[in-house]
Design a protein around this ligand. Structure first.
Ligand SMILES: C[S@@+](CC[C@H](N)C(=O)[O-])C[C@H]1O[C@@H](n2cnc3c(N)ncnc32)[C@H](O)[C@@H]1O
Length: 273
């Protein structure tokens, strides 16, 4: 069966300072995609943070979202980014300082938030649940720290929606299957609403967006990582790998490439009373 530990570099057991630049590059690239931008716009409308409120981003990464929330709650609100990776936290702090943002960042874990009961007006948690082995505990933590009436935007990928086209179907299936084995909770996206409901929150809206790669650019670092790993594990031959790479390169030349994965979002609130 092999090693079943999550091998995503975003998993909190795999924090490694030498990966920081790579993680920042990946987050910046994702934040620039139209799918992430649209899902974030929808979620900002859903939680509608207001001046004076306390907002928290769990697993804040480079801080791109909490800076937007911080601006919405100013002048007398409070914005906190919870981020367990010291390298990402340092980048988030530096970027916030450069932008003149009032947000502060703290170390912390989604499974044991460093926050008091009922103390938060708005929570954001994006693409973190896929890295958790006990996401239902994180949902319970969100419910605990939200004040009655407080809102949450919970967004995550569902890796079973990965599409890679064109290519021989048996080879494509191996590579998309490998994408499923990297995170701890690869089907995170489909479980979000159920986990928030089970934690006692009321669902207000559901949304989704596909993260779609440009049709003329193969995401070679990702494809090569999956392809090389599949050859090493003897799931495909070198010839099958090379044929797939050639098919993808030819499709990209013609603007006919399709690489995507779908993200889902839930807006919910803690009932009053
Ligand atoms: C894919 S990144 C997403 C970052 C950011 N939310 C965004 O959307 O740009 C996953 C984030 O979750 C953080 N993370 C991983 N395990 C965590 C945990 N147990 N508690 C809180 N954050 C965690 C990682 O350090 C990383 O910042």
């Amino acid at each position: 069966m092999g090693d079943s530990r999550p091998n995503s570099p975003f998993h909190s057991d795999n924090i490694n300072p030498s990966n920081t630049d790579m993680l920042v590059g990946a987050l910046d690239a994702q934040a620039a995609t139209s799918g992430v931008r649209r899902l974030r716009d929808w979620a900002h409308l859903g939680v509608s943070a207001r001046p004076g409120e306390r907002v928290v981003d769990i697993g804040a990464g480079t801080g791109s979202v909490i800076q937007v929330l911080a601006a919405a709650v100013m002048p007398d609100g409070d914005a906190i980014g919870v981020e367990p990776n010291p390298g990402l936290r340092a980048v988030a702090e530096q970027r916030a300082t450069e932008a003149g943002s009032t947000v502060r960042f703290v170390d912390g874990d989604a499974l044991a938030l460093p926050l008091s009961d009922g103390d938060v007006d708005v929570i954001w948690c994006e693409r973190v649940f896929q890295h958790l082995t006990e996401p239902e505990k994180a949902a319970a933590e969100i419910a605990r720290v939200l004040r009655p009436g407080g809102r949450v935007a919970l967004l995550d990928t569902d890796w079973a929606t990965t599409i890679l086209h064109p290519g021989a179907s048996e080879v494509v299936e191996v590579l998309t299957g490998a994408a499923l084995s990297a995170p701890a909770n690869p089907h995170a996206g489909r479980k979000l609403a159920g986990q928030l409901s089970a934690a006692g929150l009321e669902i207000d809206d559901l949304g989704s967006q596909a993260l779609i790669q440009d049709t003329r650019n193969v995401a070679w670092p990702l494809v090569r990582m999956l392809g090389e790993s599949a050859v090493r594990r003897e799931l495909i031959t070198e010839q099958q790998r090379d044929a797939l790479y050639a098919d993808l390169a030819a499709a990209a030349e013609q603007g006919a490439l399709h690489m995507s994965v779908t993200m889902f979002g839930v807006i919910a609130h803690r009932p009053v009373g």
